[in-house]
Design a binder for this molecule. Structure first.
Ligand SMILES: [Zn+2]
Length: 112
């Protein structure tokens, strides 16, 4: 995952949303990010802070909602929070199917 490209995409979404709402200032940009989306939050925030300069998002804060990795066993049907990328069920020999953790989307744009 290239954080700089991602930050640019997020910024573009935010700027578009501001334009649609005839807003001149963006305060917050909410992001839902799965733990398995492969994004380094620190690098993303840094890139965003550089790119936002001299745009309506200049003072905007990136609010990141991290989604834990959850998986369900294909045999016993139990749900687990995935750890260490172990895709085998701890209770039987089933295989865990990923249910969440790959999310990557802009939730909201707080602008005025
Ligand atoms: Zn199982």
């Amino acid at each position: 995952m290239h954080e700089a490209t991602l930050a640019e995409n997020i910024l573009n979404i935010a700027l578009e949303a501001a334009e649609q709402n005839h807003a001149t200032k963006i305060f917050k940009v909410g992001l839902t990010l799965g733990e398995m989306a492969g994004v380094e939050v620190e690098a993303l925030t840094l890139s965003f802070d550089v790119l936002k300069k001299n745009t309506p998002a200049d003072g905007a804060e990136l609010v990141i909602n991290r989604i834990p990795i959850r998986a369900t066993c294909n045999k016993c049907g139990k749900s687990f929070r995935l750890a260490n990328y172990n895709f085998f069920c701890p209770e039987c020999d089933g295989i865990l199917i990923l249910k969440s953790g790959r999310e990557l989307l802009v939730d909201f744009v707080d602008c005025e």
